[in-house]
Design a binder for this molecule. Structure first.
Ligand SMILES: [Zn+2]
Length: 372
């Protein structure tokens, strides 16, 4: 029996759920782990961190550098809970420094960028934002042996055969030639150990992120400073828009990565196998309708239609709403959808510029696929 797999509901941090995760949502968890404040955001929200464990190997983990990428924050707390409850020996080998929400303004506004509309993951060289300076100072003071850079990816990402990329990973490049430096190779090996364990559960849903070098990205900068750094991208699965399913797989990925480091298991891997992990592509949309009749340019056409949901924070309910928007239509041979429906038997001609028609399309598509 794998406790981390089978006992998930016991160690899962149930007080946080859904897509909207802010400083407020994690206040109890910050308290539980005796967090301290390491700096303030542009709009003066505290940036919390905590240390856990007393081992020699130092691991720095940060999440929600992009404010609306909250799944990995939930997963990170689940993984720490797993180790606290079931595998405490880890804390004798590792010291973790955790920043659960690096971009609290973005988390509050549900945006990728910070309060100044700057993408913190393009600010590693300029260090123009207070959040970037906080992370750099922590990195310089803590001198980590390894870094985990936790993110979430959009629903458009796929692996082979239009399977959803529920998890993807990257060993960022250290230079423009994408050389296999020592730290890059170590990161590749840890990723291989994560994938080996995860693929038992989701063999078709693990991808490898593009490794083009960009020194402005934090992972690339830390990797170039010879600190093995792993990018985790928590993706989308089917109709789970609260991302509680990918949360589970992300928490396992973090758990396996930590175990790989403290057990030294990664050393046994052949890093060349890293390139066998399928590269992410963008083959998916949220709703894909085949053979739909639409009225376009004063004539009726039968097309394939791709719809993407725009995520919008409802300030009253504090929940994320998913607003359908037409992405494109035509043959779209290289595209599929998380919700895939064939309208060949539907006689109606739709006006896709009409919001009501768009909502009706989704209602019919769900009905045809027996989705509530
Ligand atoms: Zn991100």
């Amino acid at each position: 029996m794998n406790i981390e797999v089978d006992n998930y509901t016991n160690y899962k941090e149930k007080e946080i759920s859904g897509r909207y995760i802010t400083n407020e949502s994690i206040a109890d968890l910050n308290y539980k782990y005796s967090s301290e404040i390491c700096g303030y955001s542009v709009n003066n929200l505290p940036i919390h961190f905590f240390k856990i464990g007393s081992g020699k190997i130092k691991l720095l983990i940060w999440s929600q550098m992009h404010g609306n990428e909250s799944t990995s924050t939930k997963a990170l707390f689940d993984s720490i809970s797993f180790y606290s409850n079931h595998e405490q020996k880890m804390f004798n080998k590792l010291t973790l420094l955790v920043i659960p929400i690096l971009n609290p303004d973005g988390a509050f506004k549900y945006t990728r960028e910070n309060y100044n509309n700057i993408d913190l993951n393009r600010d590693a060289v300029d260090l123009s934002q207070p959040e970037s300076l906080v992370l750099k100072k922590i990195y310089d003071d803590f001198k980590p042996d390894f870094c985990f850079n936790l993110h979430g990816q959009r629903s458009i990402y796929s692996t082979l055969n239009f399977n959803s990329s529920i998890m993807s990973f990257l060993s960022p490049s250290s230079d423009y030639d994408r050389n296999e430096t020592d730290s890059r190779v170590k990161s590749m090996k840890i990723i291989l150990e994560i994938v080996e364990n995860l693929k038992i559960l989701i063999p078709e849903n693990i991808g490898r992120y593009n490794d083009e070098f960009n020194i402005n990205c934090v992972g690339d900068t830390f990797q170039s400073l010879n600190t093995p750094t792993i990018l985790f991208e928590s993706g989308h699965f089917s109709q789970d828009y609260t991302r509680e399913i990918s949360r589970y797989y992300t928490s396992l990925a973090i758990t396996y990565a930590i175990r790989s480091i403290y057990s030294n298991g990664f050393n046994l891997k052949n890093h060349k196998d890293y390139y066998k992990i399928p590269e992410n592509s963008t083959g998916l949309c949220d709703v894909f309708i085949k053979n739909i009749k639409i009225n376009q340019s004063l004539s009726n056409q039968v097309v394939n239609l791709s719809i993407l949901y725009k995520e919008k924070l409802n300030l009253v309910s504090k929940e994320i709403e998913f607003i359908p928007e037409i992405s494109e239509f035509g043959k779209l041979e290289k595209l599929s959808g998380h919700l895939l429906s064939d309208f060949i038997s539907i006689k109606k001609v739709f006006d896709i510029s009409d919001k009501n028609d768009l909502n009706e399309i989704i209602t019919i598509a769900k009905k045809l696929r027996n989705i509530q």
